[in-house]
Each structure stands twice: as C-alpha cells, then as structure tokens.
Write a protein that binds this ligand. Structure first.
Ligand SMILES: C[S@@+](CC[C@H](N)C(=O)[O-])C[C@H]1O[C@@H](n2cnc3c(N)ncnc32)[C@H](O)[C@@H]1O
Length: 281
C-alpha cells in the first residue's frame, strides 16, 4: 500500500496535472490526487508518489496520460442541466438565428459544447433544436451543427455511443423527450439518429488554441472553468470572444463568472438565468 503523499510529491503531481489538462488543485486538494490516482499508481508498480511522478514525467505513455486525465476530470452532467440555458436557447437565441436561415442570409448555424462530458449537454442542445424546428415551418435541423469537445477519452467514448442506462436517463429527461428522441436497446436507451446526426464529438484540450475550431454562433462553456486558474479562464474567454465575434453568444453556469475575467461580453437575463452577448471590439 503506498504511503501518504508528501507535500513535495503533491506539488510535482499537481503541476503536471495542470500542465496536461489545466485543472488547478489548491493545497487542500492533496486528497484528490491520493484518492483518484492511487489505483493507477498501484497498476504501474510504483510504490510511492515520487516514483509515480518520475514515471509520468519522463514517459511518453499517452495511454497512461489519458488515464490520469480521465481520473482527474469530473464528468458530472445531466440532461437539460439547470433548465434555463435551454429555455434561453429556445426562446432567445434560436429564433433570430432561425429567421436568418429562413431569409437565406445564413446557411448554417454552429454551436459549441466546450466541455461536453458524456454528451448530455450536446444532445440536449440537439433536442432543443429539433423542438424549435418543429415549431418553425421551413426550418430544418440539418441547418444546425453542434461541435462537442472534451479532454476525457472515456467521457467522449460514452458520448459518441449515445447509450445511457435508466438512472442517467432519469437525470433531467422527461418521459415525452425520452419517447421522442430515444429508443430502447437491451437495458439501455440510445439516442435516435436524428439527434446524433447534429453532433460531432472530438477530443480537445481547452488549453490549446481555439482558432482551428472555426466560427460559432453560440458557445456553451459550463461547469469547466471552475477547475482552471484565472489566467487560463482569461485566455479561454478571450479566445471565445474571437470565435463568436460581435453579437455571438456565450452560456456559462451559475457557479462561473466573467467578473474580473473578461470584458468582452455583456450579461443578459431571461427565464431566471443569464447568458452573454459578445461586444464589438
Ligand atoms: C463537470 S463536466 C461539465 C459537463 C457539461 N458542460 C455540463 O455542464 O453538464 C466538466 C468536463 O470538463 C472536461 N474538462 C476538464 N478539463 C478540460 C480541458 N482542459 N479541456 C477540455 N475539457 C476539459 C472534463 O473532462 C469534464 O467532462
């Protein structure tokens, strides 16, 4: 059984984890490294966190690195999480974009789910788009494209499969949407192709340049920057402002804030929640 992590070992592993995935762990989070990495450390045959760090730092073992990232990321998510972002999407953001599509001024609308975890956020956006198209004659779901990215390989694997068990389906999804957008397969429920077709999943580290992702009309960046340092938050929000451009929109969670971090956006309120519009530079 490995001994407890020392202060120095914690600092070394903490810095490595921040370098790899941006997650900044305060000193009080030493237990997280112990609880989440102990099993992996045992598998590698290392007997203490110091030798585990040396193995990770020198070895270009990408599989092991992916496992560390999987272990250190928190993939908590649910369907239509917090409800109001999806009401804002349906009532405030999609109607004017839909009108542009109908008028022929635009051919495609792009939405980014920037920390998509196991897919619930991106598929909820896709369902909201289907509902909006149903209520708007002439508007087609195929005119919308959702890019869903995450750093965690196992979360992405589950997201791409679009297969959920009863208990995860029950977290935020009503019976009507279940019947309309899912079909049963064995003990699981699988997202229908009409929803899946709108979403492309891709591995992406938010520390990297966002530019290659292209332009987006709306960005969902929720429950992820809470894990990052202020400089990384600034870098990400500044890059999002460039991606969406003036009048593009950003949705963050209620536990995240742009105050003191970004002045590129103005806060708007609707349906008991907030969203952000990018200002012209
Ligand atoms: C708590 S989940 C949020 C899921 C979803 N946005 C929601 O609101 O329900 C946070 C996700 O951020 C991802 N993540 C953490 N660091 C990341 C990074 N540097 N780049 C991309 N994704 C990251 C994790 O893998 C995890 O799936």
């Amino acid at each position: 059984m490995p001994e407890n992590i020392t202060v120095n070992e914690f600092k070394l592993l903490r810095d490595l984890i921040e370098k790899w995935c941006g997650i900044a762990l305060g000193n009080e989070k030493a237990y997280l490294i112990e609880t989440r990495l102990m099993g992996l450390m045992a598998q590698t045959g290392c007997e203490d966190y110091g030798s585990f760090y040396r193995l990770l730092a020198k070895d270009q073992d990408w599989q092991l690195r992916d496992k560390i990232v999987d272990a250190m990321t928190t993939n908590e998510t649910l369907w239509f999480r917090d409800a109001h972002p999806f009401t804002i999407l349906r009532e405030r953001l999609l109607p004017p974009l839909g009108a542009e599509l109908l008028a022929g001024n635009r051919f495609r609308i792009r939405i980014w789910s920037g920390a998509s975890s196991t897919g619930q956020e991106a598929y909820s956006i896709a369902m909201a788009i289907h509902e909006c198209c149903r209520a708007t004659p002439g508007l087609r779901p195929a005119q919308f494209e959702i890019l869903a990215t995450d750093i965690s390989p196992s979360a992405l694997f589950l997201a791409k499969a679009g297969r959920y068990d009863e208990s995860s389906l029950n977290r935020g999804l009503g019976n009507e949407r279940r019947a309309r957008f899912f079909h049963p397969e064995g003990n699981s429920w699988v997202v229908n192709d009409e929803v899946k077709q709108l979403v492309t999943f891709r591995k992406f580290n938010l520390q990297d340049s966002l530019e290659p992702l292209g332009h987006f009309d709306i960005v969902f960046m929720r429950y992820v920057t809470i894990y990052f340092s202020d400089p990384l938050k600034r870098q990400i929000y500044s890059a999002i402002a460039k991606l969406v451009g003036p009048d593009g929109h950003l949705i963050i969670s209620a536990v995240e804030s742009l105050r003191g971090i970004s002045e590129d956006f103005v806060q708007l309120n609707h349906a008991g929640g907030s969203y952000y519009r990018c200002l012209s530079s």
